[in-house]
Design a protein around this ligand. Structure first.
Ligand code: AMP
Length: 415
């Protein structure tokens, strides 16, 4: 019986991890510069946390969550996204009392039982950030700048940023009614999914990916044309800050996003280098969510971005060229005494901070040289009886073929 990965999950193999580590280090560096601190929450939580925050009627909660009863009959869910757990941790640990504004980021696996396809997995990875405690539009823009800066530093500049305002508890109810009245007129022609949404969550009908739904709803009133004064001012500030930062964007009045908790700003970043699953990142403001989850009234804003999709874009652009992880020195031992000596020396160099390697398979000299080549070692030192007696050997530069004498007591690598 051969075991295999579960559908929609993937191994990240040794040849790929250098690319992941590079992306992660850029994320951490940019987050550090923007003064965000990392938070690590458990990968599973009480089911109610997600149902309550993401919304019972969303695709994520109604169709995609990995939910099961554990041995004590508690309903557990593998986290489908990072915001709910971050806010749970914020409330549980009273982070709001320690500082008026909490800025945190996360990197980690998320789980959704979606239909797997290119760029869509069941275990995937996201990085994201949340800023809790301020309603300033500057933070909405910071949430857009953060992923864009990470993409830029990784060499991606072909993306598009779409923004919208989905209003607030003051202006949304009246607009919802207006939209519902319009949608009821074309109810029977809508797709099944959209029909279900007309009564429960009509805004999402506008965001439908179904072509016919989109044609039918083309002239419908949009939320951003029915904002209250406060939301209008907020949305105008977001746009003027983006203008001031010279960040191109498009206002998309149909953009709603698949999570119910957004208020005011919602945004999405897509890449032309991706196929049908072209969303790289999304986010928005959620001023009611902390309270909804049992905390004090606290405004918040955040974003989440997929790492697998980012890596797809990088591979298409042939970016993410990373420093080689090949050994600096590969020792070739000519006899048993030399093999033991090279093993001990390798350990000494490693402890001093040099990546060194040695043969463990008792191979012939020729095979050891071939292995050094395969691993793309920068230098090779061949050690035998003669070298151990004179305490000197030849350091061979594997790129140029040049050989220089080195003292075996103090091996100095040319810089
Ligand atoms: P969301 O949490 O749905 O707003 O998703 C944010 C980002 O996570 C998306 O823009 C994608 O880049 C990524 N993402 C979401 N779902 C998946 C998935 N099933 N597989 C791979 N990446 C995903």
């Amino acid at each position: 019986m051969k075991f295999r990965t579960i559908k929609g999950t993937k191994d990240i193999l040794p040849e790929e991890t250098a690319g992941w580590q590079n992306v992660e280090s850029v994320i951490r560096r940019v987050m550090r510069n923007f003064n965000y601190q990392e938070i690590r929450t458990p990968t599973f939580e009480q089911t109610g946390l997600f149902a309550r925050s993401i919304g019972e009627l969303t695709d994520i909660v109604s169709k995609e969550m990995y939910t099961f009863l554990d041995r004590s009959e508690e309903s557990i869910t593998l986290r489908p996204e990072g915001t709910a757990a971050t806010l749970r941790a914020y409330i549980q640990n009273n982070l709001g009392e320690q500082s008026p504004l909490t800025k945190v980021y996360y990197i980690g696996p998320m789980f959704r039982q979606e239909r797997p396809q290119a760029g869509r997995l069941r275990q995937f990875h996201q990085f994201g950030a949340e800023a809790l405690g301020a309603s300033s539009p500057q933070l909405d823009v910071e949430m857009m700048v953060l992923p864009l800066e990470i993409y830029k530093q990784l060499g991606i500049d072909h993306f598009s940023l779409k923004i919208n305002s989905v209003g607030c508890e003051k202006c949304r109810p009246a607009y919802k009614q207006l939209l519902q009245t319009e949608l009821r007129k074309i109810f029977t022609q809508l797709s099944h999914d959209s029909q279900v949404r007309v009564e429960q969550n009509p805004l999402r009908v506008l965001d439908s990916k179904d072509k016919k739904d989109r044609e039918l709803t083309a002239g419908m009133p949009l939320m951003n044309e029915h904002l209250c004064e406060e939301c209008t001012v907020h949305f105008a500030s977001v746009r003027s800050l983006l203008d001031a930062l010279n960040i191109p964007y498009e206002v998309d009045g149909r953009l709603v996003r698949g999570l119910d908790y957004y208020t005011k700003t919602a945004f999405e970043i897509t890449s032309t280098a991706l196929g049908s699953q072209d969303a790289l990142a999304g986010g928005g403001r959620y001023d009611l969510l902390v309270e909804e989850l049992g905390g004090k009234q606290t405004p918040g804003v955040g974003f989440a971005a997929g790492i697998e999709r980012l890596l797809i874009v990088l591979s298409k652009l042939n970016e993410n060229k990373i420093a080689s992880s090949a050994p600096v020195i590969f020792f070739v031992g000519l006899d048993e005494t030399a093999r033991i000596w090279t093993f001990l020396k390798t350990n000494e160099l490693r402890r001093q901070g040099t990546c060194a390697e040695v043969d463990y398979l008792g191979r012939s000299v020729k095979s050891q040289m071939r292995e050094a080549n395969r691993q793309q070692a920068q230098y090779v030192i061949v050690v035998g009886e003669q070298e151990l007696k004179t305490k000197t050997a030849k350091l061979k530069n594997m790129h140029t073929g040049e050989e220089t004498a080195v003292s075996l007591e103090k091996i100095e690598i040319p810089s």
